[in-house]
Every structure is written in C-alpha cells, then in structure tokens.
Design a protein around this ligand. Structure first.
Ligand code: GTP
Ligand code: MG
Length: 299
C-alpha cells in the first residue's frame, strides 16, 4: 500500500450523558481507557483514544455528556469541553439511545448544526430493544432531524455493528500519514488515568448525588523496583460527604481502594501500593480557580 492510501483523522464522540459514549470508545479500542458508569455525567474531560489498523489511524475524542441541568463551574467546564471539540475534527459520531429522543439530544443537535463536519448518527443500546419492530420507525423518524451522513444502530456494550461503523469511518477520514506511533493509544498520562480509575470506583460505589461532589488528585506516583507507590487524595465538598466516602469503620474507602488498585495493576502491569485519603475542600466544584488547580484545564 502506498503512503497516500493511509487514512488518519479525528473523530469526536458526542451526545447527552449516559448514552454510552465512553463504552463505545473502549470497545472500539479494545482497552478500558475511559471510565463508565450507570450514572450520568461520568466523563468530565476530553479523552483521546487512538486505534491504528493497516489502512488507517482513528483518533477518537470521548467527551463529557452535554447537559442542561446544573450550573456549577464544573458543569460549565464539562459542557465546554464537549462543545469545543466539534470544531476541530474530521467526523462527528452523535450518540443517542435507541427509542429515546430527549430535549438534551435536541440541545446537542443544535450545536452540531453550527459546524460543517459530517455527522454519523449512532443509535446505541439496540440490545435493550425487546420489540425490534419499533426500531425501524424510530430510525426513520430521527433520520429526518438533520442531514446526517449516515445512521447506524449499534450496541457499544456487545460490540454489535462496531466493525461496520469502523469500516464506514475509514471512508470518511482524509488521506494522511499517522499522527501517533502505532503502539500509542492515548495522550493522557498514567497519573491522569489512575485518578480516573479511582473516580470510577467512587462514582460506582457512592449514592446518586455524591459522585458529582468528588474529585481525585494524585499526590505521589512513584515506580519503585518491584512496586508502584501511589498516594491519592479524594476531595469532597463537606464533612458529611467525607463520612460517607469513608464508610463504616473505613469499609467503603477500603472497597474503593481495592477495586481501583486491581484496575490500575491491570493497566500498568505492575504491583501497586495504593493509599487513599479523603479531604474536605468546600466549593472546589464551583470555583474556576480550584478547577484549574485540580487539572481541569480550559479546553
Ligand atoms: N444495554 C446497553 N447498555 C449500554 C450500552 N452502552 C453503554 N451502556 C451502559 O450505559 C451506561 C452509560 O455508559 P457510559 O459509556 O458511561 O455513557 P457516557 O455516554 O459515556 O456517559 P457520560 O460520560 O456520563 O456522558 C453504562 O451503565 C453502560 O454499561 C449498550 O450498548 N447496551
Ligand atoms: Mg462517558
């Protein structure tokens, strides 16, 4: 194959919270890169994931769910991180959930209408649809909403139709040499990925409201001869939240720590000694300055 035939480009994965954007990214890459949970607003940052095949390189950008509720600085940051990416990509994957079109989907569409980039409408979670006869009318109804380049039903969880999606994406990418080495899969540091894994366990273990009030900061990340030593700080907004995160006799924190350690060990393929601390830093999620100091860069 000549060098000219090689395709390479950026693909944004956008949509309202909880439609399965991060699950799609992970399945496409075959690596658990972006954290996922049943709760909306899990992803907070743009996460770049690279997949290289013989014919091309896909540079996916997972984004936070675009949402309307919530007016803290963290909400503004997340919406900005998601909205800004659509201007700088070659293709947009607009994810929605099968049989469910909401006002937030409409809000996302309004943003997509402002850019001149091909938009593939990806209708996810088809495995959840019991009555398949309802799918076709839904697909034709939402196809009318915009000049989508294509409409593709998939299951990001089971992998249904993802190869077709990948093949189709290749046809939409420009002919360009690869930007990344073929063994690179993200531009994020291990420190960042470690903090995200701990946050995933927090989101999954805690009650509905609390995940939005927590963030994780890595204080120390040190590779020693046989072990990697990590100290992480879990920041919460109030003393009451600290009590909940720690749990009865420290049980909650211990369970979060054990689950996170296992995932980190799998990611870096080394033994890990993980220490977690919980600290109250009130107002962190509604202060632009605190967000910046915690690594929530302006995107
Ligand atoms: N049944 C089913 N569930 C799915 C599918 N894809 C994702 N999910 C589930 O939907 C939930 C949300 O998935 P995420 O990948 O975290 O969704 P997201 O769009 O990244 O969410 P935010 O980061 O909050 O915007 C998780 O519980 C996933 O397991 C699918 O194809 N089928
Ligand atoms: Mg996500």
């Amino acid at each position: 194959m000549s060098e000219q035939d090689f395709k390479c480009g950026y693909i944004a994965i956008v949509g309202r919270p909880n439609v399965g954007k991060s699950t799609l990214l992970n399945h496409m890459l075959g690596v658990k890169l972006s954290i996922t949970s049943r709760k909306p607003q899990t992803t907070r940052h743009q996460i770049l994931g690279v997949k290289t095949v013989d014919k091309g390189q896909f540079i996916f950008v997972d984004t936070p769910g675009i949402h309307s509720g919530g007016n803290r600085a963290i909400n503004r940051y997340m919406n900005r991180a998601a909205s800004s990416v659509i201007h700088d990509v070659d293709v947009i994957l607009f994810l929605v959930q099968s049989l469910k079109w909401t006002e937030e989907d409409q809000l996302v569409l309004k943003k997509l209408e402002q850019v001149d980039v091909p938009v593939v409408l990806v209708v996810n979670k088809v495995d959840k649809v019991d009555d398949k006869s309802k799918l076709l009318p839904f697909l034709s109804e939402i196809s009318e909403k915009y000049k989508f380049e294509n409409v593709m039903p998939v299951s990001a969880m089971r992998g249904d139709n993802l190869q077709q999606l990948e093949d189709h994406l290749l046809t939409l990418l420009p002919e360009k040499p690869p930007f990344f080495q073929d063994d690179e899969f993200t531009d994020r540091s291990l420190r960042f990925l470690t903090a995200e894994i701990i946050r995933e366990k927090l989101v999954r273990e805690l009650g509905n409201e609390l995940p939005y009030q927590t963030t994780v900061e890595i204080e120390q990340y040190k590779d020693e001869e046989k072990i990697t030593r990590i100290n992480a700080l879990i920041l919460v907004e109030t003393k009451g939240q600290k009590v909940i995160v720690i749990g009865d006799k420290g049980a909650k924190l211990k369970s979060i720590g054990t689950k996170a350690r296992k995932d980190i060990e799998e990611l870096i393929d080394r033994k890990v000694f993980l220490q977690l601390w919980v600290k109250v830093k009130s107002g962190w999620s509604d202060s632009e300055a605190s967000l910046r100091s915690l690594g929530y860069d302006a995107d």
